[in-house]
Design a protein around this ligand. Structure first.
Ligand code: SAH
Ligand code: SF4
Length: 347
């Protein structure tokens, strides 16, 4: 691994410390942050407000990128793009950009692969390669901010729903959100972030105490322990009763609505019985259910629910008064849909 500090890993005080150790005044760090996050410069030589000697010192001692784009795919829907990047040690990650209505959403990875092994998820099927550093998470957003700036557009939403489990890499994920949210950085409003977790109970409880106004989504997918454990192994460690207690505590502490994700799988979790159990489980809670027909992945043979079963599930919830929507599937032709991210060059 490279020993040089990596610019996107540094918060402004750490950068200040480095520059001071070189005998530079503190405001140089602010100038570099401004160039990086406001002017969106990518190379030290672009920082022309610094002397040539200082630019050279920066170039020699600080790493400016950990992400090497290798494949970029555009969906035939014309609105979804996926980039495969390689990290300096060769591990792959993927980042997805989606244009929908007036939103430009970037879906970012927090790990290369994932250790949690959910049966229906391509990232789970590849196992965990490694955690990303906070900077490697931040740089994905900066990359797409630069891409969109070329067309006069900007990122409006960031979802931590790419590869990996954000709460399994808790510190780096939260540091990344804070750095992107920093007023002197991209100044990206906390409410524009959504963090999706498979349901790691201690981290949900911890997140409730952070005072970050980001949105929380929980991947539920089943409303009883037997079915959920068969799809999501970590449910054995954190069964539904514990998960729902943590979500209730989160809502109580933050007064924020939580989203539950539900990938509809034909004949598995799209039955009227499951809809009724889901309604009972979430009764009286400040929640919203996102229904999404399963996206295909290599090693899982379940199929997406057909339209009539999807609508029947939706209607059952609606009639009981549960807030829910059926989400559009995006970028399926380029494997950029939820749960489809994996190492595409090695498939
Ligand atoms: N690890 C986190 C975030 C990454 S997965 C989590 O599990 O929440 C992002 C979302 O895609 C999750 O809601 C996940 O359950 C969902 N997902 C995984 N595989 C899927 C598939 N094949 N079809 C549809 N959604 C899927
Ligand atoms: Fe990991 Fe989320 Fe995929 Fe489960 S659904 S394997 S937690 S990325």
């Amino acid at each position: 691994m490279n020993q040089k500090p990596y610019i996107f890993d540094l918060d402004i005080s750490e950068l200040t410390k480095i520059l001071r150790s070189w005998g530079q005044p503190g405001y140089r760090a602010q100038q570099i942050w401004h160039g990086l996050y406001q002017s969106l410069w990518s190379k030290p030589k672009e920082f022309t407000q610094l002397s040539l000697a200082l630019r050279e010192q920066v170039a020699e001692n600080i790493e400016f990128s950990h992400l090497t784009p290798s494949t970029r795919l555009n969906s035939t829907d014309g609105e979804t793009q996926k980039t495969l990047f390689h990290l300096p040690d060769g591990h792959p990650i993927e980042t997805v950009q989606m244009h929908y209505q007036r939103r430009q959403t970037v879906c970012i990875s927090t790990q290369s692969g994932c250790a949690l092994g959910c049966s229906f998820c391509a990232t789970g099927q590849m196992g965990l390669r490694r955690n990303l550093s906070s900077g490697e998470i931040v740089e994905q957003v900066v990359y797409y901010t630069r891409q969109l700036a070329k067309r006069g557009e900007r990122v409006t939403n960031v979802v931590l729903m790419g590869m990996g489990e954000p709460f399994h890499n808790y510190e780096s994920s939260l540091e990344a959100v804070r750095r992107l949210n920093h007023p002197q950085g991209l100044n990206f409003g906390a409410r524009r972030f959504t963090i999706s977790t498979v349901g790691l109970v201690p981290e949900i409880r911890r997140f409730a105490t952070e005072g970050i106004q980001a949105n929380l989504a929980i991947s539920l997918h089943a409303a009883d322990d037997e079915l959920r454990s068969s799809m999501i192994p970590i449910n054995r460690k954190y069964p539904l009763a514990e998960l729902m207690a943590a979500v209730r505590a989160y809502i109580k502490a933050t007064n924020r609505r939580v989203t539950f994700e539900w990938a509809l799988i034909d004949g598995i979790n799209d039955t009227i019985k499951q809809a009724q159990k889901l309604a009972a489980l979430t009764k009286g809670m400040l929640v919203h259910i996102n229904l999404i027909p399963l996206n295909p992945t290599k090693d899982y043979h379940g199929k997406a629910s057909a339209r009539d079963r999807t609508e029947r599930f939706y209607d059952t919830l609606q009639k009981i008064g549960v807030s829910c929507t059926i989400r559009l599937r995006r970028g399926i032709d380029i494997q950029a849909g939820c749960g489809q991210l994996a190492d595409l060059e090695n498939e």
